[in-house]
Design a protein around this ligand. Structure first.
Ligand code: ASP
Length: 582
C-alpha cells in the first residue's frame, strides 16, 4: 500500500493514527539531530518529522540524504505539532516517521515548485510536468474539470446529447487557415483538421438529433495573437426547431448555472445590444460594460468651427475619464503618446479638463469657447474632475482607437474588477465584412449564417448593410461565445456562396455534401459555440488561458516540451508521397 491518507488530509482528529503517505519532497530542514520534511501531493502538504530519539537511525539518515522532488513513501504516527502553522490546513499536526522508502530520486528541478516560482515562462513550459505540480497550475486544471462537469450536467439536463464528430475532415471555413494532414492511403490528398464541427453539427440536425453538444478541440492555423492557441476547446452546440430567442435563453441559462455553481454568483437577465449600438457606444463588438465611459459623438458640436482636423473627420468622438482632470501636462502627453503608438495608430488626441470650478481647459481653446466645451461634456457625460479625450478620423478606425484607450484607462483606474461578472448579448451582426486585402466580402461569422429575412433583398444592392441572425455572448469585455441561426435552404445557401465569391463548381466541390443534405428535409436550426478555455479563465478570475491548459503551445505555436512541430524522416515523407521544397 502506498498511502492510507493523502498529504492534505490529516487534521488534529488523526492524532495517534498510524498512517502511510506518499508524495514529493518539497523541502528538507536538517538540524542534524532532527529533520523536517514537507511532503507534497495533489491534495496538500504534510510535515514529516524524524528525530534521533524516536526515529530509527537509518531512517533518519535516509531523510538527511533526501533532495527536492524525491518521491518517497513513509509510515508513521500523527502527532500534535509544537509550533503550529495556521497557513495550511494540516498545520496542527505532523507525522513522526518510522519507515521510509525512496520510491524515486529526482535531479534538481530547474525552478522552484512553489506558488511563486523563480521559473520564467519558457522554462515552465519546457518542464510543464513540473509546473503542473505547482498549486496555481494544478488548481487551474482542476477548476477547468469542474467547469466541464457543470457544462455537461446543465446541457444533459436540458436534453442535449454529447456526440463526437471527426477530426480528420475537409475544410470548414471559420476564417482561419486549416491545419492539414496528408493521407497515406489516398495519394496527393489531405484531410483538414476542423476549425469547428460546424458542418457536422448541422448534419446532425438534418439527422434529427435536435439538441447536440460537444466539448471539442478545434484547430485554426492563424498568425498567433497574444493568448490564442492553435488548438483550443469549444463547447459546441446546435439545436433544431429554434429561433434566436430559444438559443439565447438556453445559453444564458448555462452561463447563469456556471456562475452560480462555480462562483456562487446569481445574475439577472442578460442585457442585449445590437452590434451597431455596441460599436457606437463602445467602439467595440465585445464591450466591457462593468464600467461606463461611453462614447459621446461630437460631430454636431465640434465641427464647423475653425478646427480643420475635426471638420475633415468622418467622426469626432470622445470619452470622459473619471477623475483625470488633474493629470499634469506630462501625464497627458504620455497619454497622447500612448494613443499614437503604432499599435493604436491615432494621429493625435484633443483633451478637455473639466475643472472643479466648472470651467473647462482644453488643448483647442483657440477654436472652442466654454459653451462649446460644455456641450462636449454633456455629450460624453463628463462631470467636474473628469478629463475628456477626443479622437477623430474615419469612423471604424477612430472607434477602435478610442475603445483601446477606454480599456487602457479602465485598467489603469482599476475599473475591471475580476470578481464582477457583466454578461451581455451582442446581436444583429452584419452578415458580411469587406476585406481590403482580397477586395471582396467575407462572411463575418461563417457562410452558413442566415441573413435576416427582411434584409435578403439588400444582398445584391448593398451587401454591407445586410444583418445576420448572429449573436455573441460577451463577458467582461471578452467574446466567450458566438453563433447564429443557419441557412437551411439549399437555394439560399447557394446564393450565399455566390456572394462570397465561390463559383458554383467550387461551392459544390467544397460543400456539396451540405447542400445535398439540405434537400432531404433539413429542419430550421441554429446554435453557438463557447470558447471553453477563455470561459474557464474568466470564471477563474484571470485573463490568460494558458494556465488553464495542461500542455499549451507558445506564441510561435510550438510545444517546447515535446519540441513540436518537428521534421519527419524521408521514409515517412515518401510514404505520404510528399516531396519537400525547402
Ligand atoms: N462554429 C462557430 C464558431 O466556431 C460557432 C457557431 O456558429 O455555432 O465560432
Amino acid at each position: 500500500m502506498y498511502r492510507s491518507h493523502t498529504c492534505g488530509e490529516l487534521r488534529k482528529a488523526h492524532i495517534n493514527s498510524e498512517v502511510t503517505l506518499s508524495g514529493w519532497v518539497q523541502k528538507v530542514r536538517d538540524k542534524g539531530f532532527m529533520v523536517w520534511v514537507d511532503l507534497r501531493d495533489r491534495y496538500g502538504i504534510a510535515q514529516l518529522i524524524f528525530d534521533e530519539e524516536r526515529t530509527p537511525k537509518e531512517v533518519l539518515e535516509t531523510a538527511q540524504r533526501l533532495g527536492r522532488e524525491f518521491v518517497i513513501k513513509v509510515d508513521g504516527t500523527v502527532i500534535e505539532r509544537e509550533s503550529k502553522n495556521s497557513n495550511i490546513p494540516t498545520g496542527e499536526i505532523e507525522v513522526l516517521v518510522k519507515n521510509i522508502t525512496v520510491l524515486n530520486k529526482s535531479i534538481t528541478p530547474p525552478f522552484t515548485i512553489e506558488n511563486e516560482t523563480d521559473g520564467g515562462e519558457d522554462l515552465r513550459m519546457k518542464y510543464r510536468y513540473l509546473d503542473i505540480r505547482r498549486n496555481p497550475v494544478k488548481n487551474s486544471l482542476i477548476f477547468r474539470h469542474k467547469v466541464g462537469i457543470e457544462v455537461r450536467n446543465y446541457l444533459s439536463n436540458e436534453g442535449f446529447v454529447e456526440i463526437e464528430t471527426p477530426y480528420l475532415i475537409k475544410s470548414t471555413p471559420e476564417g482561419a487557415r486549416d491545419f492539414v494532414v496528408p493521407s497515406r492511403m489516398n495519394e496527393g490528398e489531405f484531410y483538414a483538421l476542423p476549425q469547428s464541427p460546424q458542418t457536422f453539427k448541422q448534419l446532425l440536425m438534418v439527422g434529427g438529433m435536435d439538441k447536440y453538444f460537444q466539448i471539442v478541440k478545434c484547430f485554426r492555423d492563424e498568425d498567433l495573437r497574444a493568448d490564442r492557441q492553435p488548438e483550443f476547446t469549444q463547447i459546441d452546440c446546435e439545436m433544431a426547431f429554434v429561433e434566436q430567442e430559444d438559443i439565447l435563453n438556453v445559453f444564458e441559462g448555462l452561463t447563469r448555472h456556471l456562475l452560480k455553481e462555480i462562483k456562487e454568483i446569481e445574475i439577472g437577465g442578460f442585457p442585449r445590444m445590437t452590434y451597431d449600438e455596441a460599436m457606437k457606444k463602445y467602439g467595440n463588438d465585445k464591450p466591457d460594460i462593468r464600467f461606463g465611459m461611453e462614447f459621446g459623438e461630437l460631430n454636431a458640436v465640434a465641427q464647423h468651427k475653425d478646427f480643420k482636423v475635426f471638420n475633415d473627420a468622418e467622426l469626432v468622438v470622445g470619452i470622459a475619464i473619471p477623475g483625470a482632470a488633474n493629470y499634469t501636462r506630462k501625464e497627458i502627453d504620455k497619454l497622447i503618446d500612448w494613443v499614437k503608438r503604432p499599435q493604436i495608430g491615432a494621429l493625435g488626441m484633443v483633451y478637455v479638463k473639466c475643472n472643479e470650478d466648472g470651467s473647462y481647459k482644453s488643448s483647442v481653446d483657440k477654436f472652442y469657447d466654454q459653451d462649446d466645451l460644455k456641450k462636449w461634456a454633456e455629450a460624453t457625460g463628463a462631470k467636474t474632475g473628469d478629463l475628456i479625450c477626443v479622437l477623430s478620423g474615419p469612423t471604424h478606425k477612430t472607434r477602435t482607437q478610442l475603445s483601446a484607450l477606454r480599456m487602457e484607462m479602465a485598467e489603469r483606474l482599476g475599473l475591471r474588477n475580476p470578481n464582477e461578472f457583466a454578461p451581455l448579448w451582442v446581436v444583429d451582426f452584419p452578415l458580411l465584412e469587406w476585406d481590403e486585402e482580397t477586395s471582396r466580402y467575407h462572411a463575418m461569422h461563417h457562410p452558413f449564417t442566415s441573413p435576416k429575412p427582411e434584409d435578403i433583398k439588400l444582398l445584391d444592392t448593398d451587401p454591407g448593410s445586410v444583418r445576420a441572425n448572429a449573436y455573441d455572448l460577451v463577458l467582461n469585455g471578452n467574446e466567450i461565445g458566438g453563433g447564429s441561426i443557419r441557412i437551411f435552404d439549399k437555394d439560399l445557401q447557394a446564393l450565399m456562396f455566390k456572394h462570397l465569391g465561390f463559383t458554383e463548381d467550387e461551392a459544390k466541390a467544397q460543400f456539396g455534401f451540405l447542400m445535398d443534405a439540405f434537400q432531404y428535409g433539413a429542419p430550421p436550426h441554429g446554435g453557438l459555440a463557447f470558447g471553453f478555455d477563455r470561459l474557464v479563465a474568466i470564471l477563474g478570475g484571470q485573463e490568460t488561458i494558458r494556465d488553464f491548459i495542461a500542455f499549451p503551445k507558445n506564441n510561435a505555436g510550438r510545444d517546447v516540451m515535446i519540441d513540436a512541430p518537428s521534421k519527419i524522416d524521408n521514409e515517412q515523407l515518401d510514404e505520404l508521397h510528399i516531396k519537400l521544397n525547402i
